[in-house]
Design a protein around this ligand. Structure first.
Ligand SMILES: *Cc1c(COP(=O)(O)O)cnc(C)c1O
Length: 405
């Protein structure tokens, strides 16, 4: 077979991009403080560089009272100047559809508020907790599942009582895993973040720390050697990043991810399945290949939560299953994430998989492989009539759904 070229497989630097004529020194560009200070947050800021559609203009004007708009210059440079269908645009530029009401949508789709024993701590699973340490992010994803508390303009304020949370963790010896998120924990200063990590690390039963962050993608300048050295003092510490489209993996992002990996931090990726962004098997294959090159293991692919104003970004569950089928067997197993639905209302993450087990009884299991061929596996002590010891071990049968076996 001829080698196929996957979309946007290369790593590029897009700097200085739209900031070309603005006399920005490399020192400024490479400073996360400068990047944060120069985020694009207004309609005028967008229109200085981009031609917006009516849906986008109206969206920017109307939706900003629910979830602020902010885009770092680094990430802004990935946006196509004129195409409203650009996969990067759809993630960070509001559209009028955000104000639409859908009866299935919720402000807290994963039911987090009802699982908070103390403010800021979500304890849903038996042995691990989610600790929301800030309400700020480097840029705001339009489909944010936590838009009710994130960015400072929404309906709720994020209350985090650090002392109460630390006490809860100390008392609850069943908790062995703490996941820092927010907002984005990497927006805290090194000192503030270290004070939290140090305090949690001092609790003997906490075995495992992780940080969920999109800062390596939105603001790779924040991944400084100093930050990495600090984090490495608190091992085992893992990190889950959030990349949805292969173009987000720029040269600068790759360098930041490699720096984290070089400091012994295992990296996973959590993608959200988004219409017009990554609901395409070839785009997802390109993404997982690039992640592996950055030493990031694709971890989860999320069905988009039923967050208010996300109908234009959601797609069908079967699309997610189709993407997994397109990856499993066809490419590196490390590159295949687990597709999950975070159960609406607060049931936690539920895996959703293609059906590879076609039929099963107490003597045998009939499975289907990635190429659509059928194989029979006998249970211990059972002799299956059609079982053959040839390496191919294939059944030459066509199975139709509902057929008697
Ligand atoms: C996702 C999540 C976790 C972590 O789940 P893992 O499957 O272990 O990655 C923990 N707590 C909450 C509330 C979560 O939503």
């Amino acid at each position: 077979m001829p080698p196929r070229t996957l979309p946007e497989k290369e790593f590029h630097s897009h700097a200085p991009g739209y900031w070309q004529d603005k006399n920005v020194t490399p020192e400024q560009w490479n400073s996360h403080v400068w990047q944060l200070k120069n985020r694009v947050t207004t309609l005028a800021g967008l229109e200085e560089h981009l031609t917006l559609s009516e849906e986008e203009r109206a969206g920017v004007l109307l939706s900003g009272n629910k979830l602020a708009m902010a885009i770092t210059p680094h990430y802004f440079n990935l946006i196509h100047p004129t195409n409203p269908d650009c996969a990067i645009r759809r993630q960070v530029i509001p559209r009028i559809e955000e104000t639409w009401e859908d009866p299935n949508e919720m402000s807290d789709p994963c039911g987090e508020d009802s699982h908070m024993p103390v403010p800021g701590l979500v304890h849903r699973y038996p042995d691990r907790v989610l600790f929301l340490v800030t309400d700020r992010c480097a840029s705001y994803c339009r489909y944010c599942t936590r838009s009710r508390v994130v960015s400072g303009v929404g309906e709720q304020e994020l209350h985090t009582e650090f002392e109460a949370a630390f006490r809860y963790l100390e008392e609850h010896t069943e908790v062995r895993d703490v996941l820092l998120s927010g907002g984005d924990a990497l927006l805290l200063s090194d000192n503030k973040l270290e004070s939290i990590l140090k305090r949690i690390r001092a609790i003997p039963h906490i075995e495992f720390l992780r940080i969920g962050s999109r800062v390596p993608i939105f603001l790779p300048q924040r991944i400084t050697p100093e930050l990495c050295q600090m984090l490495a003092k608190y091992h085992p510490l893992w990190m889950s990043v959030h990349v949805n489209h292969p173009r987000e993996l720029t040269t600068e992002v790759k360098e930041g991810l490699e720096r984290l990996a070089n400091h012994g931090i295992p990296l996973g990726n959590q993608s959200v399945l988004l219409r017009g962004v990554n609901d395409n098997p070839e785009v997802m294959k390109s993404l997982v290949h690039k992640l592996l090159m950055c030493r990031v293991r694709p971890y989860y692919l999320y069905q988009c939560d039923l967050i208010q104003g996300s109908s234009h970004l959601r797609t069908s569950v079967s699309k997610g299953v189709e993407i997994i089928e397109h990856l499993r067997g066809h490419t590196t197993g490390y590159g295949v994430p687990q597709f999950v639905i975070d159960a609406p209302g607060g049931g936690g993450k539920v895996p959703v998989n293609p059906d590879y087990v076609v039929m099963k009884d107490d003597q045998r299991t009939l499975v289907r492989n990635y190429e659509g061929e059928f194989f029979e596996y006998p249970e211990p002590g059972n002799q299956v009539a059609t079982w053959s010891s040839t390496p191919a071990n294939r059944l030459s049968m066509i199975w139709e759904p509902g057929a008697k076996w």
